[in-house]
Design a protein around this ligand. Structure first.
Ligand SMILES: Nc1nc2c(ncn2[C@@H]2O[C@H](COP(=O)(O)OP(=O)(O)O)[C@@H](O)[C@H]2O)c(=O)[nH]1
Ligand SMILES: [Mg+2]
Length: 245
Protein backbone atom coordinates (compact mmCIF):
# COMPACT_ATOMS: atom_id res chain seq x y z
CA UNK A 1 0.00 0.00 0.00
CA UNK A 2 1.19 3.48 -0.79
CA UNK A 3 -0.07 6.98 -0.25
CA UNK A 4 -0.59 9.05 -3.35
CA UNK A 5 -2.41 12.37 -3.74
CA UNK A 6 -3.17 11.48 -7.36
CA UNK A 7 -5.53 8.85 -8.67
CA UNK A 8 -4.24 6.08 -10.92
CA UNK A 9 -6.71 4.45 -13.25
CA UNK A 10 -6.28 1.50 -15.58
CA UNK A 11 -8.69 1.43 -18.52
CA UNK A 12 -8.99 -2.12 -19.78
CA UNK A 13 -11.12 -4.20 -22.09
CA UNK A 14 -10.83 -5.83 -25.47
CA UNK A 15 -9.97 -3.89 -28.60
CA UNK A 16 -12.98 -1.95 -29.83
CA UNK A 17 -14.66 -1.93 -26.43
CA UNK A 18 -14.39 1.85 -26.27
CA UNK A 19 -11.35 2.39 -24.05
CA UNK A 20 -9.90 5.31 -26.01
CA UNK A 21 -13.31 6.95 -26.10
CA UNK A 22 -13.59 6.61 -22.32
CA UNK A 23 -10.16 8.21 -21.93
CA UNK A 24 -11.21 11.12 -24.15
CA UNK A 25 -14.39 11.65 -22.17
CA UNK A 26 -12.44 11.79 -18.93
CA UNK A 27 -9.69 14.04 -20.24
CA UNK A 28 -12.21 16.29 -21.98
CA UNK A 29 -10.17 16.35 -25.17
CA UNK A 30 -9.42 13.89 -27.92
CA UNK A 31 -6.06 12.76 -26.64
CA UNK A 32 -6.46 9.05 -27.26
CA UNK A 33 -6.70 7.77 -30.79
CA UNK A 34 -10.04 6.13 -31.37
CA UNK A 35 -9.76 3.20 -33.71
CA UNK A 36 -11.63 3.38 -36.97
CA UNK A 37 -13.03 0.27 -38.60
CA UNK A 38 -10.22 0.32 -41.14
CA UNK A 39 -7.19 0.95 -38.97
CA UNK A 40 -5.60 -1.58 -36.72
CA UNK A 41 -5.08 0.11 -33.43
CA UNK A 42 -1.88 -0.17 -31.51
CA UNK A 43 -1.81 -2.84 -28.83
CA UNK A 44 0.49 -0.78 -26.63
CA UNK A 45 -0.33 0.70 -23.28
CA UNK A 46 -0.60 4.50 -23.39
CA UNK A 47 -0.62 6.96 -20.50
CA UNK A 48 -2.74 10.10 -20.31
CA UNK A 49 -3.17 12.78 -17.71
CA UNK A 50 -6.37 14.51 -16.63
CA UNK A 51 -7.26 17.16 -14.11
CA UNK A 52 -10.87 16.84 -13.06
CA UNK A 53 -12.69 19.30 -10.82
CA UNK A 54 -14.70 17.61 -8.07
CA UNK A 55 -16.46 18.87 -5.00
CA UNK A 56 -15.38 17.44 -1.68
CA UNK A 57 -17.10 18.65 1.48
CA UNK A 58 -18.33 21.80 -0.25
CA UNK A 59 -14.96 22.69 -1.70
CA UNK A 60 -13.88 22.36 -5.28
CA UNK A 61 -10.65 20.49 -5.65
CA UNK A 62 -8.67 19.53 -8.71
CA UNK A 63 -8.28 15.77 -8.85
CA UNK A 64 -5.19 14.75 -10.76
CA UNK A 65 -5.67 11.49 -12.58
CA UNK A 66 -3.13 9.28 -14.30
CA UNK A 67 -4.99 7.21 -16.86
CA UNK A 68 -3.46 4.17 -18.48
CA UNK A 69 -5.18 2.73 -21.49
CA UNK A 70 -3.92 -0.81 -21.26
CA UNK A 71 -3.20 -2.62 -24.51
CA UNK A 72 -2.41 -6.27 -24.96
CA UNK A 73 -5.92 -7.60 -25.27
CA UNK A 74 -5.90 -7.83 -29.00
CA UNK A 75 -6.49 -11.48 -29.59
CA UNK A 76 -10.21 -11.84 -29.18
CA UNK A 77 -10.13 -15.07 -31.21
CA UNK A 78 -8.23 -16.96 -28.53
CA UNK A 79 -9.40 -20.54 -28.28
CA UNK A 80 -11.97 -21.32 -25.62
CA UNK A 81 -10.28 -22.01 -22.35
CA UNK A 82 -7.06 -20.29 -23.40
CA UNK A 83 -5.88 -17.03 -21.99
CA UNK A 84 -7.37 -14.41 -24.30
CA UNK A 85 -4.44 -12.10 -24.23
CA UNK A 86 -0.77 -11.69 -24.71
CA UNK A 87 0.24 -10.85 -21.20
CA UNK A 88 -1.24 -8.39 -18.80
CA UNK A 89 1.79 -8.81 -16.59
CA UNK A 90 3.92 -7.52 -19.48
CA UNK A 91 1.82 -4.37 -19.61
CA UNK A 92 1.81 -3.95 -15.85
CA UNK A 93 5.61 -4.03 -15.67
CA UNK A 94 6.16 -0.66 -17.35
CA UNK A 95 3.22 0.86 -15.46
CA UNK A 96 4.83 -0.26 -12.24
CA UNK A 97 8.10 1.40 -13.25
CA UNK A 98 6.45 4.75 -13.93
CA UNK A 99 3.52 4.82 -11.58
CA UNK A 100 3.89 2.36 -8.77
CA UNK A 101 0.31 2.27 -7.66
CA UNK A 102 -3.20 1.79 -8.93
CA UNK A 103 -6.58 2.81 -7.48
CA UNK A 104 -9.23 1.47 -9.82
CA UNK A 105 -9.75 -0.47 -13.04
CA UNK A 106 -12.40 0.72 -15.49
CA UNK A 107 -13.29 -2.45 -17.37
CA UNK A 108 -14.92 -1.55 -20.71
CA UNK A 109 -17.46 -3.80 -22.38
CA UNK A 110 -19.76 -2.93 -25.26
CA UNK A 111 -23.33 -3.29 -24.08
CA UNK A 112 -25.12 -4.00 -27.36
CA UNK A 113 -22.59 -6.69 -28.27
CA UNK A 114 -21.43 -8.18 -25.01
CA UNK A 115 -19.07 -10.93 -26.07
CA UNK A 116 -17.67 -14.04 -24.47
CA UNK A 117 -14.24 -12.62 -25.18
CA UNK A 118 -14.97 -9.85 -22.71
CA UNK A 119 -15.92 -12.44 -20.13
CA UNK A 120 -12.68 -14.31 -20.63
CA UNK A 121 -10.60 -11.16 -20.54
CA UNK A 122 -12.40 -10.11 -17.39
CA UNK A 123 -11.67 -13.44 -15.71
CA UNK A 124 -8.02 -13.10 -16.58
CA UNK A 125 -7.80 -9.49 -15.32
CA UNK A 126 -9.73 -10.43 -12.22
CA UNK A 127 -7.32 -13.29 -11.55
CA UNK A 128 -4.42 -10.85 -11.43
CA UNK A 129 -5.93 -7.66 -10.02
CA UNK A 130 -9.13 -8.82 -8.34
CA UNK A 131 -9.03 -8.51 -4.59
CA UNK A 132 -6.31 -5.84 -4.88
CA UNK A 133 -8.20 -3.13 -6.78
CA UNK A 134 -11.87 -2.48 -7.53
CA UNK A 135 -12.69 -3.53 -11.08
CA UNK A 136 -15.63 -1.43 -12.23
CA UNK A 137 -17.61 -2.41 -15.32
CA UNK A 138 -18.07 0.42 -17.81
CA UNK A 139 -20.71 -0.54 -20.31
CA UNK A 140 -20.18 1.39 -23.54
CA UNK A 141 -22.09 2.14 -26.75
CA UNK A 142 -25.43 2.61 -25.04
CA UNK A 143 -26.52 5.82 -26.80
CA UNK A 144 -29.40 4.01 -28.51
CA UNK A 145 -30.76 2.60 -25.29
CA UNK A 146 -34.41 3.62 -24.95
CA UNK A 147 -35.30 5.91 -22.05
CA UNK A 148 -31.99 5.95 -20.22
CA UNK A 149 -28.69 4.12 -20.48
CA UNK A 150 -29.00 2.71 -16.98
CA UNK A 151 -31.82 0.47 -18.24
CA UNK A 152 -29.18 -1.74 -19.77
CA UNK A 153 -27.88 -2.47 -16.29
CA UNK A 154 -31.31 -3.38 -15.01
CA UNK A 155 -31.66 -5.98 -17.77
CA UNK A 156 -28.15 -7.42 -17.50
CA UNK A 157 -27.19 -7.06 -13.87
CA UNK A 158 -27.68 -10.72 -13.07
CA UNK A 159 -25.55 -11.82 -15.95
CA UNK A 160 -22.70 -9.56 -14.88
CA UNK A 161 -23.06 -10.64 -11.30
CA UNK A 162 -22.59 -14.23 -12.39
CA UNK A 163 -19.28 -13.10 -13.92
CA UNK A 164 -18.22 -11.64 -10.61
CA UNK A 165 -18.72 -8.08 -11.83
CA UNK A 166 -20.81 -6.67 -9.07
CA UNK A 167 -20.57 -4.72 -5.89
CA UNK A 168 -17.97 -2.36 -7.28
CA UNK A 169 -20.26 0.20 -8.92
CA UNK A 170 -20.72 0.56 -12.64
CA UNK A 171 -21.25 3.09 -15.41
CA UNK A 172 -23.59 2.82 -18.40
CA UNK A 173 -22.30 5.21 -21.01
CA UNK A 174 -21.80 6.34 -24.54
CA UNK A 175 -18.36 7.38 -25.66
CA UNK A 176 -19.73 9.22 -28.66
CA UNK A 177 -19.24 12.96 -28.46
CA UNK A 178 -21.44 14.47 -31.10
CA UNK A 179 -24.22 17.06 -31.05
CA UNK A 180 -26.89 14.37 -31.32
CA UNK A 181 -25.86 12.72 -28.07
CA UNK A 182 -24.64 15.78 -26.20
CA UNK A 183 -26.81 15.18 -23.14
CA UNK A 184 -25.96 11.48 -22.98
CA UNK A 185 -22.30 12.28 -23.38
CA UNK A 186 -22.39 14.71 -20.45
CA UNK A 187 -24.23 12.11 -18.40
CA UNK A 188 -21.61 9.53 -19.33
CA UNK A 189 -18.76 11.74 -18.24
CA UNK A 190 -20.54 12.47 -14.97
CA UNK A 191 -20.93 8.72 -14.32
CA UNK A 192 -17.24 8.11 -14.91
CA UNK A 193 -16.19 11.05 -12.77
CA UNK A 194 -18.46 9.82 -10.01
CA UNK A 195 -16.70 6.43 -10.01
CA UNK A 196 -13.32 8.11 -9.79
CA UNK A 197 -14.48 10.48 -7.08
CA UNK A 198 -15.65 7.45 -5.09
CA UNK A 199 -12.08 6.16 -5.08
CA UNK A 200 -10.54 9.50 -4.19
CA UNK A 201 -11.04 9.59 -0.45
CA UNK A 202 -8.39 11.62 1.33
CA UNK A 203 -5.82 9.46 3.08
CA UNK A 204 -6.80 6.41 1.07
CA UNK A 205 -4.28 3.67 0.41
CA UNK A 206 -3.52 2.96 -3.22
CA UNK A 207 -2.65 -0.59 -4.22
CA UNK A 208 1.02 -1.13 -4.85
CA UNK A 209 1.52 -2.68 -8.26
CA UNK A 210 4.76 -4.09 -7.00
CA UNK A 211 2.83 -6.19 -4.49
CA UNK A 212 0.41 -7.35 -7.20
CA UNK A 213 3.25 -8.46 -9.45
CA UNK A 214 5.13 -9.97 -6.53
CA UNK A 215 2.19 -12.20 -5.75
CA UNK A 216 1.91 -13.23 -9.40
CA UNK A 217 5.61 -14.04 -9.58
CA UNK A 218 5.50 -16.10 -6.41
CA UNK A 219 2.41 -18.00 -7.49
CA UNK A 220 4.00 -18.91 -10.82
CA UNK A 221 7.65 -19.50 -9.98
CA UNK A 222 8.36 -21.46 -13.16
CA UNK A 223 7.30 -18.62 -15.41
CA UNK A 224 9.30 -15.85 -13.87
CA UNK A 225 12.99 -15.36 -13.22
CA UNK A 226 15.21 -12.32 -13.17
CA UNK A 227 16.06 -12.60 -16.84
CA UNK A 228 12.43 -12.77 -18.02
CA UNK A 229 11.41 -9.97 -15.71
CA UNK A 230 14.13 -7.67 -16.98
CA UNK A 231 13.80 -8.57 -20.64
CA UNK A 232 10.13 -9.33 -21.15
CA UNK A 233 8.73 -6.84 -18.70
CA UNK A 234 11.40 -4.20 -19.20
CA UNK A 235 11.94 -3.89 -15.48
CA UNK A 236 15.05 -2.51 -13.82
CA UNK A 237 17.08 -5.33 -12.41
CA UNK A 238 16.70 -3.92 -8.88
CA UNK A 239 12.90 -4.07 -9.20
CA UNK A 240 13.08 -7.56 -10.70
CA UNK A 241 15.21 -8.66 -7.76
CA UNK A 242 12.70 -7.29 -5.29
CA UNK A 243 9.83 -9.10 -7.03
CA UNK A 244 11.66 -12.40 -6.69
CA UNK A 245 12.47 -11.98 -3.00
N1 LIG B 1 -21.77 3.83 -31.18
C1 LIG B 1 -20.73 3.94 -30.38
N2 LIG B 1 -19.50 3.76 -30.86
C2 LIG B 1 -18.45 3.87 -30.01
C3 LIG B 1 -18.61 4.19 -28.64
N3 LIG B 1 -17.39 4.20 -28.06
C4 LIG B 1 -16.51 3.90 -29.03
N4 LIG B 1 -17.14 3.70 -30.22
C5 LIG B 1 -16.55 3.32 -31.50
O1 LIG B 1 -16.01 2.00 -31.38
C6 LIG B 1 -14.76 1.93 -32.02
C7 LIG B 1 -13.68 1.56 -31.00
O2 LIG B 1 -13.60 2.58 -30.04
P1 LIG B 1 -12.25 2.88 -29.23
O3 LIG B 1 -12.57 3.92 -28.23
O4 LIG B 1 -11.10 3.14 -30.16
O5 LIG B 1 -12.02 1.45 -28.52
P2 LIG B 1 -10.67 0.78 -27.96
O6 LIG B 1 -10.12 -0.05 -29.08
O7 LIG B 1 -11.11 -0.08 -26.82
O8 LIG B 1 -9.76 1.88 -27.53
C8 LIG B 1 -14.54 3.27 -32.68
O9 LIG B 1 -14.99 3.20 -34.00
C9 LIG B 1 -15.40 4.22 -31.87
O10 LIG B 1 -15.83 5.34 -32.61
C10 LIG B 1 -19.94 4.40 -28.16
O11 LIG B 1 -20.18 4.65 -26.98
N5 LIG B 1 -20.95 4.28 -29.08
MG1 LIG C 1 -7.79 2.39 -27.96
Amino acid sequence: MANSPDLSVLVMGETGSGKSSVVNLLVGENVAEVSSGASVCTPKTVKHEATIAIEVEGQEIQMRVHIWEVGGFNQPEAKPGKTPTTALDMELGPILQVNGSVDVVLFCMQGPKLKNTSTRIFEYVNGILGGHVPIVPVITKLERERENMEKWWDRNEERLESMGLSGTGHACITGLQCARYEAKSAESRASLVSILKGQYSPGRKSTSLENVLKKLVHENPREYNKKTLVKRFKLDSAVAKRLLQ
